[in-house]
Design a protein around this ligand. Structure first.
Ligand code: NAD
Ligand code: IPM
Ligand code: MN
Length: 352
């Protein structure tokens, strides 16, 4: 079982080290870890954010554990050399079109949410975000208009096959969990969203047991913090899913708590090939200070054991240990506590 570990930039290496330590603490036989350069760290060493050897390592692995990329010193580079292109490139090259971002307030941990406890108690949703299409991967550029003004432009589009395959992922998740499915779009304004909605309705005929509704993204943002209990599985596009998942993480309590799994169609000998990462970025404002909350990355490693290695019991063990550490008050600065990255990691391992 080969895991490619790509720590990346900023707090990426700090949080990834704790997730790796948790995996090692489980003492799973047959697990081999390889480490590769990615993001700004790779650019500084190899003049490219996603070097060929890193991509090769990712392709040969059964799963990828990813930290974060993003380096303020790279923000003025040509776009194709910026650290963010590494994660976008991995998702695209590896066909990882389905991004699962579970956002849940654990029972008894409502006080970590900035929402009123009775509202927070209802937050338990799975955001299924399309990950390899949308305005992210459309043509883009800057030009000068006839009147001599500079203009930036980005093309948004979804083909029906792209919508179909991510819709199937969301319908299957809703069906398996017995949850309602909400498809989030902006069909009142965007043709991309109208096609999205039409295709989702067509697919729904194959899942008569799943209750489907549609919601505009602005309303979905509002409902996430006022009536989160309305949501079970949320199906949405790349851009809306990016924004809604950060919002949902804040409603849970911190972006340092939300893991993710990015999956495609490829199966390995052990399970589904996938990339696992916290939903947060490299957090340059706290990087190198030992302050980052590693729980999102530790929970991402749990998702990896579940989806890529079929180790449900081990995944649940990690999740229970994180829940217990939180309940015991092992909180970082992001949650109003004073525990550092290493202390939180050790606290989780003690509770495994
Ligand atoms: P960010 O998620 O890095 O940080 C947002 C805020 O949340 C910051 O105040 C940060 O300190 C805090 N935060 C994030 N993770 C935390 C953790 N684990 N523990 C405690 N606090 C945490 O978002 P940003 O500041 O908008 O972006 C910084 C860089 O990261 C940018 O270059 C951006 O492009 C990149 N980014 C990368 C990824 C990724 O690699 N998948 C995701 C998001 C942003
Ligand atoms: C995320 C990040 C990325 C995204 C960036 C870094 C390209 O924000 O994983 O949520 O927008 O998908
Ligand atoms: Mn994001």
């Amino acid at each position: 079982m080969k895991i490619a570990v790509l720590p990346g930039d900023g707090i990426g290496p700090e949080v990834t080290a704790e997730a790796v330590a948790v995996l090692e603490a489980l003492g799973l036989p047959g697990l081999t870890l390889f480490t590769g350069d990615v993001g700004g760290a790779a650019y500084h060493r190899h003049d490219h954010p996603l070097p060929e050897e890193t991509l090769q390592m990712a392709r040969e692995a059964d799963a990828i554990l990813f930290g974060a990329v993003g380096d303020p010193t790279c923000d003025t580079l040509e776009r194709h050399l910026r650290p963010e292109q590494a994660i976008l490139g991995l998702r695209k090259h590896l066909g990882l079109f389905a991004n699962l971002r579970p956002a849940k307030v654990f029972a008894g941990l409502e006080h970590l949410s900035p929402l009123r406890a009775d509202i927070a108690a209802g937050l338990d949703m799975l955001i299924v975000r399309e990950l390899t299409g949308d305005v992210y991967f459309g043509a883009k550029g800057q030009r000068v208009t006839d009147t001599g003004e500079r203009e930036g432009w980005d093309a948004m589009s979804y083909s029906e096959s792209e919508v179909r395959r991510i819709a199937h992922v969301a319908f299957r998740a809703a069906q398996a969990a017995g949850l309602p499915l909400t498809s989030v779009d902006k069909a009142n304004v965007l043709e991309t969203s109208q096609l999205w909605r039409d295709v989702v309705v067509e697919i729904s005929a194959e899942y008569p047991g799943v209750t489907l509704d549609h919601m505009y993204v602005d309303n979905a943002g509002m409902q996430t913090v006022s009536h989160p209990e309305r949501f079970g599985v949320v199906l949405t596009g790349n851009l809306f899913g990016d924004i809604l998942s950060d919002l949902a993480s804040a409603a849970v309590g911190s972006i340092g708590l939300l893991p993710s799994a990015s999956l495609g169609e490829r199966q390995t000998a052990f399970g589904t090939f996938g990339l696992y990462e916290p939903i947060h970025g490299s957090a340059p404002d706290i990087a190198g200070q030992g302050k980052a909350n590693p729980m999102a990355t530790i929970l991402s490693a749990a998702m990896m054991l579940r989806h890529s290695f079929g180790m449900e019991a081990e995944a649940a063990r990690i999740e229970a240990a994180v829940g217990k550490a939180l309940a015991d008050g092992m909180l970082g600065g992001d949650l109003g506590g004073s525990h550092g990255t290493a202390a939180i990691g050790a606290g989780v391992r003690e509770r495994l």
